[in-house]
Write a protein that binds this ligand. Structure first.
Ligand code: ZN
Ligand code: MN
Length: 260
């Protein structure tokens, strides 16, 4: 039997995986998402589905493999995800996320991986996945492995200015206020419209937050819908356009950094 035609590590046999990883030439992509409310109209796994879809497409282009996504993330914050008080939002303490990331990186390195890209789908994860990279690399250096390289990114940062002007003709609010907004709703419509209850898209104006947080969180300061802006101008076409740019730009970045 030939090797399975899949980009997913989890679908390979260990021996086929071993062949791919030995020598360190095959890049590994690790999506890091969240289980977090995304307004009344989107499923709670948006922050996992979208980076996983990006990783699958990038992997097919550059000959990489995709590790199983982390489907839980750091606590949702009011100004970037609505806050952690919503039912369904199920979050990890920072130490847990750091430890999981660090363990996975170390394991991949043990298998021979030397090129890793961490593709984050949830803003609140970013500093803790950064810490996981730092601690894992420090640990690996102590074991004599000093040639592991990691790219670390939030996929949304690959939207060009031109794309933002096109998708948001009336002005781009901010990535934080885009929580369950036009981009995520559009990409989800493109990827799996059956998971989008478009008739429930909130139409309220973008949330208006002061430039600070108050703890404990006061839910009254946050839109009750859980969305931080309205996705009513979303469309599957916009979603395809944005996703295609993520895939193209991230594949190009990998090719550049890892000389693929
Ligand atoms: Zn999201
Ligand atoms: Mn999120």
């Amino acid at each position: 039997m030939a090797e399975a035609d899949t980009v997913h590590i989890s679908e390979l046999t260990w021996s086929d995986y071993d062949k791919r990883l030995r020598g360190g030439a095959t890049p590994i992509l690790l999506p890091v998402g969240a289980l977090e409310q995304h307004g009344p109209h989107l499923p709670m796994n948006c922050d996992t589905i979208i980076p996983t879809a990006v990783c699958e497409r990038v992997a097919a282009r550059v000959g990489a493999l995709v590790a199983p996504p982390l489907e839980y993330g750091y606590k949702s914050q009011p100004r970037s995800g609505g806050g952690n008080h919503f039912p369904g939002t199920t979050s990890l303490d920072a130490a847990t996320l750091i430890a999981m990331g660090r363990d996975i990186i170390r394991e991949l390195a043990r298998h021979g991986a030397r090129k890793l890209a961490i593709v984050v789908g949830h803003t609140e994860n970013l500093m803790f996945t950064t810490e996981a990279c730092d601690l894992a690399l420090r640990e690996l250096r102590g074991e004599g492995i000093d040639d592991m390289r990691i790219m670390h990114m939030g996929y949304w940062e690959f939207s060009s200015e031109a794309t933002l002007r096109k998708v948001f003709p009336d002005g781009f609010p901010s990535w934080n206020l885009e929580h369950a907004g036009v981009m995520e709703t559009s990409v989800m419509l493109h990827l799996n419209k059956d998971l989008v209850r478009f008739d429930r898209v909130p139409t309220h104006p973008p949330a208006n937050f002061p430039p600070y947080d108050v703890y404990p969180v006061e839910p009254d300061r946050i839109p009750a819908s859980g969305a931080l802006s309205s996705g009513r101008t979303a469309s599957a076409e916009k979603g395809k356009f944005m996703l295609d740019e993520y895939v193209e730009s991230i594949a190009a970045a990998l090719s550049r950094e890892f000389v693929l």
